[in-house]
Design a protein around this ligand. Structure first.
Ligand code: COA
Length: 259
């Protein structure tokens, strides 16, 4: 049914796999569309009590936005794509059921932002996290500048977002980005175990509790998202963005001139 997603149900647990392993599950426009449709359908599924999101293959959860689609992303498109993906990730954050990110490898850029929109994150020892947008001459555009500091504190978020450096699973655990780290081959089973525990609790209480905890995170985020998407759009107009994206696609180191 989907080209870029795979979905399976285990009793009342849904397992969504982002499924473009040959591109490290990078988020393409097609994937965004399919994800939106999937979530709308899920809202009407009365049976599912917890959703797990993970990545296909052994290497990546999601390695960010599809960089080949960044080549043509100008300010207008940057703003549109940013708003669209912010909305989808906010939809996940506010979904009627809890969402567990089972981070099985790279969670970079939009992949980190997807994990941040989930209610709980657990990781395999192989997971790596990063916000490398700045290296491409752009800034996060899918909610990362708002959610990351709320979760790990602004100093740590600044370091990740300003350097673009990756951190490993152990460091992610230490700073509270993930709740638990498991051996790689146990991650799926541990995610299901956690999902089953939550699914065994009264669904309405779980839903209300999730809503209440989410509201505790608010305060200025709407204006934060607006600013983020305008600045993301602006970054899409720079020469440095053109150079950063080309350098990645041509497998060379970028030369940045602050223009
Ligand atoms: N968008 C599009 N394609 C991507 C991608 C992305 N975000 N991340 C990886 N890929 C592709 C690679 O281009 C490569 O495709 P190819 O085999 O057709 O050349 C394939 O996925 C495998 O990736 P590769 O770079 O060969 O794997 P690696 O193990 O050497 O490196 C990473 C892994 C994650 C370090 C590296 O792929 C990377 O830096 N990706 C980009 C991350 C990023 O900047 N994300 C934020 C985007 S806003």
């Amino acid at each position: 049914m989907y080209k870029t997603l795979a979905y399976e149900k285990k009793e009342n647990i849904g397992i969504l796999t982002i499924n473009r392993p040959e591109k490290l599950n990078a988020i393409s426009n097609e994937l965004t569309k399919e994800l939106k449709k999937f979530l709308e359908d899920l809202e009407n599924d009365e049976e599912i009590r917890v959703l797990i999101i993970t990545g296909a293959g052994d290497k990546a959860f999601v390695a960010g936005a599809d960089i080949s689609e960044l080549v043509d992303r100008d300010a207008r498109m940057g703003r549109r794509v940013s708003r669209e993906r912010q909305e989808i990730f906010s939809f996940i954050e506010n979904l009627h059921i809890p969402v567990i990110a089972a981070v099985n490898g790279y969670a970079l850029g939009g992949g980190l932002e997807l994990a941040l929109a989930c209610s709980i994150r657990i990781a395999s020892e192989k997971a790596q996290f990063g916000a490398p947008e700045v290296k491409l001459g752009i800034i996060p555009g899918d909610g990362g500048t708002q959610r990351l500091p709320r979760l790990v504190g602004s100093g740590r978020a600044m370091e990740m977002i300003l350097t673009g450096d990756f951190i490993d699973a152990e460091e992610a655990y230490r700073i509270g980005l993930v709740n638990k780290v498991y051996p790689h081959d146990q991650l799926q089973e541990k995610a299901i175990e956690l999902a089953r525990r939550i699914a065994s609790r009264p669904p309405l209480a779980v839903r209300f509790a999730k809503d209440a905890v989410n509201r505790s995170q608010e305060g200025g985020t709407t204006s934060g998202y607006t600013l983020e998407s305008y600045l993301h759009a602006l970054s899409c107009t720079t020469e440095d963005k053109k150079e950063g994206v080309s350098a990645f696609l041509e497998k060379r180191k970028g030369k940045f001139r602050g223009k």
